[in-house]
Structure formats: structure tokens, C-alpha cells
Design a protein around this ligand. Structure first.
Ligand code: GUN
Ligand code: FE
Length: 451
């Protein structure tokens, strides 16, 4: 039995049934007939065994009859973590996948993002993206917004209102020759970043924080990158950007930053690689660059749908993990067409299998390992693992109640299955119809409460 020290905690609710999650030692740990109590602050107060119900109810002062009992084909798993998603790109998700990265940005992305000057448009898109991702089990999202401060603040407000845990980034870019209406001066970018951080922090949202967001090296001058590194350092903030996604981009970066040893070196020199940094993609990083990630504690967001959809490359996740670099999963919507981390799980497995087809020596990722990346791995990549990522006493209760046999859902269960099989079926075949409840910090956020 695992319990918090305080035995006088107020218990908000207690659930009994199967819990599946990951730990550092075990990619998949299954707790059958477990009892988990959530306190009034939304934190896990205890995790025990069903047989100890009487003792736990006395110790923690709850009524055994108030315990929520899961059914045979149900389980709780930790909420999923999207370590890289462009909230503003939701409006064209599922389209525009016919070009490589740099042309795709100029043709589709920048013109769409420039529309977020209009806060009414932003409100519509951001409300939909927060609802859609929550419904699909994303309890934590690390968002790119656009260059517009007011719309980015609105995204923070909407995530807070719906109860999603989020890092929100106002995008910075002082270099964009292709779409001139969508860039800032260096001064604007710095000043608006200050304003964004100050105003978002002033709201004191418990689960929503700002993240310093240089778009990527090609759209920023070195002076701006350095300034953003300084801002992040002085305010101990998270940092997010893109790195080494596509070969044409890597070549462009070499031309734009001729004095840097590598793409990674540019960010490193500007103090942008820290243990609160998450860089998307990294498909074409060298082993030396991965060593620098490891040394600085910076993490990677693996976005396999995007990497395939934009023909960017295939990240060798096994090699990243062997280098002990932190890694989580990202949808990278709309470069990736799906807003669901379940899709990222499937594309991660597919991509790993493609690498095995190319090289039979490659050790394919298991579904258990990818499950860990979608949950605990994501929380570690975002340096939020003290608060979320798995079921540990003292962490916030961020969880999905999954019903594998949900009526009208996509899965037919022919017989009773063991929890490991139920999880595998859900990861490969399930969708939001199977996610019957979503909790963030102990609060039920799906189904949505009536306004
Ligand atoms: N690199 C710079 N900006 C972007 C973006 O919006 N999406 C993707 N996939 N890569 C980028
Ligand atoms: Fe991206």
C-alpha cells in the first residue's frame, strides 16, 4: 500500500478497479483490483488494494459505499500528454499535406496563422481544439499559438476554463521573407513576449503556464534567439521550438548560421537548451547533437504523423532513448493531421517497424514502451513529472477512464480479456468513444459540464 503521510486529508473520491500506468522500471505496470483515493486538492492520496478497503476507509475517513467501482472491461490510465501541437493550425487539420515543410509553411501555415490577429476567429478555433484534444484524452498539451499576444492569452484562458493542463507559447519570428504580413520586428517580438508572460502569469491559472517559443532557427535572427534564451533563463520558463525536421531545413540553417557547428549548437549558444526545453522532431540530429541534448537536459517531441505526412524523415526513437534523451509524443497538428495522441502512439509503432524493415537489427518499440512515451515520457519531456504522468501518491490525478467495450464504440470484445490485452486493443483500435471520463488534477473535465 502506498499512502501520503497526511492521514487527515479530505478525500474527494475513491475508485476501485484496474489501473495501468508506467514507472521508470516498468513500461507497463498493472494494478488489478486497486483502490485509489483523490484528495480535495486533486492529488492522489493513496493507492491500495481492494482487499484493504475497510482499513483504508477508516484511515482516510471515506465511506466504502461511496467507492466508484469499474467494470471488467474498464481501466484507468494516466492522461495522455501532447508535447507538441499547433492550436492555431486546427482550422486546416486533415488537409494541405502535399508539400514538404518549407513550402508547406509558406503556402498554408503562415497565411492561416496570420488570421489570428482576429480574436473572434481565434476564440472559435481555440475552443474547438481544446475540446477536441481533451475529449481524445490529452490532459496536458504543449501548445504553439501564433505571433499574436491577445489571441495567445485567449488560448490560455480557454485551456484554463475547460480544465486542461497546458503550456502556451506566443510564437516569435522576426524573419519571414515569404509572407511579409506574418512576422514581427525583433523589438516587437521581445516586448510582446514580455507582455504575454507577464499577463498570463498574472492570471494565476493553476494548470496553464507560458512557454518561450522561438518558431525555429530559420524564422529568427540570432539576436532574437539570444534574447529569448535570456528571458527564459531570468524567469525560469519552459522553452519550445523545432529542430532538424527536414533536410532542406537543415541545409538552410547551415546557410543562415554559417558560424555554428550544428543546428543544436545554435540553440545551445543562445541558452535555449535547458531541462525545461522541448524541441520538436529532431529526425536528422547527429549522435553528437543528441549528446548535447542529454547534457543540457533538453527533450524531444516525437511527431510521427507529421514526419510522414510532410515526408520529413523517420526519427530513430530507439537511438534517442539509448542516448538517454527525454522524449514524449506530439501530434504536431496540422503537419500531423490528427489531434489525437492515440494516433501518435500508432504512428510511433509504425515508424519503428519501418526502421526494423530497413534494418532487422533495429529493436522495434513495444506498445508498452510507446504507452510510456505517451504518458510518463511526455511528463518528463515537459519537466512536469513531479505533477503528472503516472499514478503516484502526491501527484495530481490526471486520468482517463477507458471502457474498451463502450456501447457504440469501435471495439468488439468477444471474451473477457486481461488488462494488458485491453490496453493494447484500446491503443490500437480505440478512440474517444472509449474515453468515458477525463480527469485533470482530480477534476472531471470530460464529459464537459454544462455552461
Ligand atoms: N517548423 C517551423 N514551424 C513549423 C510548423 O508550424 N510546423 C512544423 N511541422 N514544423 C515547423
Ligand atoms: Fe510543429
Amino acid at each position: 500500500m502506498e499512502t501520503s503521510e497526511k492521514f487527515d486529508t479530505d478525500i474527494r473520491f475513491v475508485c476501485r478497479g484496474t489501473f495501468v500506468h508506467s514507472t521508470a522500471e516498468e513500461a507497463l505496470q498493472i494494478l488489478e483490483d486497486a483502490l485509489l483515493g483523490v484528495d480535495s486538492e486533486g492529488k492522489i492520496a493513496f493507492i491500495g488494494e481492494g482487499k484493504d478497503l475497510q482499513k483504508l476507509s477508516e484511515n482516510f475517513g471515506f465511506s466504502p459505499s461511496a467507492v466508484t467501482q469499474l467494470q471488467q472491461h474498464e481501466f484507468f490510465m494516466p492522461g495522455m500528454i501532447d508535447t507538441h501541437i499547433h492550436a492555431s493550425q486546427y482550422s486546416y487539420a486533415g488537409t494541405a499535406l502535399d508539400m514538404p515543410l518549407l513550402q508547406w509553411l509558406n503556402t498554408y501555415t503562415f497565411p492561416v496563422e496570420s488570421r489570428f490577429q482576429d480574436v473572434e476567429f481565434a476564440k472559435k478555433v481555440y475552443t474547438q481544439v481544446v475540446k477536441r484534444t481533451l475529449r481524445n484524452g490529452t490532459t496536458t498539451a504543449c501548445y504553439f499559438a501564433t505571433i499574436h499576444t491577445d489571441a495567445s492569452l485567449l488560448l490560455g484562458q480557454i485551456a484554463n476554463d475547460f480544465g486542461q493542463r497546458a503550456l502556451v507559447g506566443k510564437v516569435c519570428m522576426d524573419r519571414n521573407d515569404a509572407v511579409k504580413c506574418y512576422r514581427e520586428t525583433s523589438e516587437e517580438s521581445q516586448e510582446e513576449t514580455y507582455r504575454f508572460i507577464k499577463e498570463l502569469l498574472n492570471k494565476k491559472y493553476p494548470l496553464v503556464k507560458p512557454v518561450v517559443t522561438p518558431r525555429f532557427a530559420p524564422s529568427c535572427t540570432e539576436a532574437l534567439l539570444a534574447k529569448l534564451g535570456e528571458i527564459a533563463k531570468n524567469n525560469k520558463l519552459h522553452i519550445q521550438s523545432h529542430i532538424s525536421e527536414n533536410l532542406e531545413e537543415v541545409k538552410l540553417v547551415k546557410e543562415l548560421f554559417p558560424n555554428s557547428e550544428s543546428y543544436t549548437d545554435i540553440y545551445h549558444k543562445c541558452n535555449l537548451l535547458t531541462d525545461k526545453t522541448i524541441m520538436a522532431h529532431g529526425c536528422h540530429l547527429s549522435d553528437e547533437e543528441l549528446v548535447l541534448f542529454r547534457k543540457t537536459g533538453a527533450a524531444l517531441a516525437h511527431c510521427p504523423n507529421s514526419n510522414i505526412s510532410l515526408c520529413s524523415g523517420v526519427l530513430n526513437v530507439r537511438n534517442v532513448l539509448n542516448h538517454k534523451v527525454k522524449l514524449g509524443l506530439g501530434t504536431d497538428m496540422a503537419g500531423g493531421y490528427s489531434p489525437s495522441i492515440l494516433d501518435a502512439v500508432r504512428r510511433s509503432l509504425d515508424s519503428s517497424k519501418v526502421l526494423t524493415i530497413q534494418d532487422p537489427e533495429h529493436k522495434t518499440l513495444s506498445f508498452e514502451e510507446v504507452f510510456r512515451l505517451a504518458t510518463l515520457g511526455g511528463s518528463q519531456a515537459l519537466s512536469l513529472d513531479e505533477r503528472t504522468g503516472n499514478f503516484k501518491v502526491g501527484k495530481d490525478f490526471d486520468a482517463l477512464r477507458v471502457n474498451v467495450a463502450a456501447p457504440g464504440g469501435p471495439i468488439d470484445l468477444i471474451q473477457n480479456e486481461k488488462p494488458q490485452i485491453l490496453l493494447e486493443k484500446f491503443l490500437n483500435l480505440g478512440d474517444d468513444r472509449n474515453i468515458v471520463q477525463v480527469f485533470v488534477a482530480g477534476k472531471k473535465v470530460v464529459p464537459f459540464s454544462e455552461p
